[in-house]
Design a protein around this ligand. Structure first.
Ligand code: IMP
Ligand code: MG
Length: 203
């Protein structure tokens, strides 16, 4: 975990307002860089090494949660030193205003092939933990040999005892702020950015 990223994120904890009512759509000018593409790439390589060690002699089935996990999954997969196959499900949890969670919908469970496999479920970001816990609950019903979870970002909410907010491999921990880039969107925009940007405070 990069110390500068962690401190910058903590600064934002409890200070960023999610209330966008009455405001027009956000543009890139409403965001500031948080994690560079170089920091992302080296952290992914380190994590891929850890995972390759943990699964030595096995092969992995990666289950990517579309769409936000697209870049982290693709980069991670290329750095794993164990064989892997790729499956995906799609969820969407963010409502109309784009920065506040709405009702979770989940598609694609019926065509997964994970029975008896060692599965790594990958998401872009862990916030309330609702998405990961609901998807893992559904995947367990299909009897994988094992199931672990990876997230690119985990929002730090000062609640270490909340079991719902757990991931086996959290690559970065950030503050409780809204972020975009490297797969993460605001109303389907900005997924293409190679770096991660955070929403500026109340601008
Ligand atoms: P959770 O269910 O509250 O843990 O939220 C996880 C899902 O919400 C992720 O898969 C993201 O798609 C979305 N999400 C949460 N926080 C952010 C954010 O800061 N920016 C963009 N999407 C987010
Ligand atoms: Mg999203």
């Amino acid at each position: 975990m990069n110390r500068r990223v962690f401190l910058a994120s903590l600064f934002l904890l409890h200070t960023t307002s999610y209330c966008m009512e009455g405001k027009s759509d956000l543009t890139l000018a409403d965001f500031t860089p948080l994690i560079s593409k170089e920091e992302i790439q080296s952290a992914i390589i380190r994590t891929a090494d850890d995972i390759s060690q943990d699964y030595k002699g096995k092969s992995l089935t990666l289950v990517m949660i579309m769409k936000g996990a697209i870049h982290v999954t693709s980069d991670l997969m290329r750095h794993l030193k164990v064989p892997s196959t790729l499956e995906y499900v799609q969820t969407s949890s963010y409502g109309q205003n784009g920065t506040e969670p709405g009702k979770l919908t989940l598609f694609g469970l019926e065509r997964l092939d994970i029975k008896g496999k060692d599965v790594l479920l990958i998401d872009d970001i862990l916030d309330t933990g609702e998405t990961l816990s609901q998807v893992t609950h559904e995947l367990f019903k299909q009897n994988p040999a094992s199931l672990k979870t990876l997230v690119l970002l985990k929002k730090s909410k000062g609640d270490p005892l909340n079991l719902k907010r757990y991931a086996d491999y959290p690559i970065f921990t950030i503050g409780n702020a809204f972020v975009i880039g490297y797969g993460l969107d605001y109303k389907e925009q900005f997924r293409e950015l190679p770096d991660i940007w955070v929403k500026k405070l109340n601008n």
